[in-house]
Ligand binder design. Structure first.
Ligand code: DQA
Length: 137
């Protein structure tokens, strides 16, 4: 099973960025733990701060990966293009968020991803990614 984890803008700063909201672990550290935990699964990781690069990665994943775990970060709430990219491919996408976006500002309650996602996991900290991967097994 081949799973691609995609992180959007500012998630390269995990561990340093607003630790009260997002925790103090870097994603690289957490990703190594995931690879150890899911030894039978081929996990890949991609992060970008650019909307176009995220769209291209989703397009290129079609037919290559069995599933995508996507945290589009701030683009969740703004990007029609990322939503359209998910609609355009047949690879299933699970939307994840570290924080409970519904307990935060109103602008974070809107998602352009959810409509096209196979499922959504929100608010479990970094564990949101683990739960999403498990859903593909
Ligand atoms: C986030 C929530 C978004 O609202 C925010 O812009 C992020 C991270 C999360 O994982 O909790 O950058 O996607």
């Amino acid at each position: 099973l081949k799973i691609l984890v995609i992180n959007g803008p500012n998630l390269n700063l995990l561990g340093k960025r607003e630790p009260d909201v997002y925790g103090n672990q870097s994603f690289e550290d957490y990703f190594s733990k995931l690879q150890f935990q899911f030894k039978e699964t081929e996990l890949s990781y991609f992060q970008s701060n650019s909307e176009g690069d995220l769209i291209t990665k989703i397009q290129d994943a079609d037919g290559v990966f069995d599933g995508i775990v996507l945290n589009a970060a701030a683009y969740t709430h703004t990007s029609v293009g990322i939503g359209d990219a998910i609609a355009a491919v047949s690879v299933p996408v699970i939307e994840v968020h570290i924080s409970n976006t519904f307990a935060r500002e109103a602008f974070r309650h809107q998602s352009y991803i959810s409509k096209h996602a196979k499922g959504i996991i929100v608010g479990f900290g970094l564990q949101s990614y683990e739960l999403a991967i498990k859903s593909f097994l």
